[in-house]
Design a protein around this ligand. Structure first.
Ligand SMILES: C[S@@+](CC[C@H](N)C(=O)[O-])C[C@H]1O[C@@H](n2cnc3c(N)ncnc32)[C@H](O)[C@@H]1O
Length: 265
């Protein structure tokens, strides 16, 4: 399969996976709520701006942005997510079903791009970044969060002891993400990286939350050896190594937050 066909197939699966999670998403979105709110202090304090919420999901943050800015556009790959958002959010918002790698907006038409926990799904990311910079006006900002390497290390290491299949998506290294956003026409003004450790009653609770978030699509999953059920059981046994004395199962999310400016050149 050529890389282009592979990317297209992956995107269809990502859209389906998020679409089927649209109704349960808002209750499973502890991490998304935390990270999205955490970006708020970077938002510009003027309201005459055109803002693009890239990968808007159920539109929770698109709605918040619409209460502060003149024109707000929510863009997402998933029909299911967009349908949910359209039904329940501010009626002034414009919704676009589109791919971050091919944004259907004119060059230099947007003042601010807000994107919460979407960039980790973008492949190839350099193409997505070129698109963001194309639609952004000179002097415009990208304010985003993404997950980087170190995320779900407990789950990755538990699965690694069972088989060599890929069970968790590959997250980029912090340095790689910074390098991709520093281009001849853009510069990272500020960034930070922090570990958020969420607590789960058991591994099923973690798996349900990942499923509820639509974050269960994996590009290269294969199945060999032990049956799915046996493998799952073996993995949960290894996850016990991380069990806290209080009986809680931790899962680490390494959150990268970035403030990027398109240079005025
Ligand atoms: C983890 S959710 C975050 C949703 C929202 N930003 C929030 O904070 O609740 C990721 C969203 O990105 C969307 N997405 C993933 N890849 C995309 C792509 N290539 N183009 C547009 N949207 C994409 C998914 O459909 C999903 O709605």
């Amino acid at each position: 399969m050529t890389p282009t066909v592979q990317y297209q197939e992956n995107k269809i699966k990502i859209a389906q996976s998020f679409g089927s999670a649209s109704k349960s998403y808002d209750v499973s979105a502890r991490l998304q709520r935390f990270s999205g709110k955490h970006l708020m202090p970077w938002l510009p304090n003027r309201n005459d701006l055109t803002v693009l919420d890239l990968g808007s999901g159920t539109g929770f943050f698109t709605d918040l942005l619409a209460s502060s800015y003149q024109q707000v556009i929510g863009l997402d790959l998933s029909k299911g997510m967009l349908h949910f958002a359209q039904e329940s959010r501010n009626k002034e918002i414009t919704w676009l079903e589109a791919d971050v790698h091919k944004i259907p907006l004119q060059d230099e038409s947007v003042d601010l791009i807000y994107s919460n926990l979407v960039i980790q799904w973008c492949d190839p990311l350099d193409v997505a970044i070129s698109e963001m910079l194309r639609v952004l006006k000179p002097g415009g900002l990208i304010i985003f969060t993404s997950l980087v390497d170190g995320t779900l290390h407990e789950l990755k290491s538990s699965w690694r002891q069972v088989d060599d299949d890929q069970h968790v998506i590959d997250f980029k290294a912090e340095s790689e993400l910074s390098e991709l956003f520093n281009t001849p026409i853009s510069k990272i003004l500020e960034h930070k990286c922090q570990d958020i450790v969420l607590e789960y009653q058991n591994v099923i609770h973690l798996a349900r939350e990942l499923k509820g978030l639509g974050a269960n699509h994996l590009p290269k999953k294969r199945n060999r050896g032990l049956s799915g059920k046996d493998k799952w059981f073996a993995m949960t046994e290894h996850y016990q190594d991380f069990l806290e004395p209080s009986g809680i199962y931790p899962a680490t999310y390494r959150l990268y937050s970035g403030l990027v400016a398109k240079l005025n050149i």
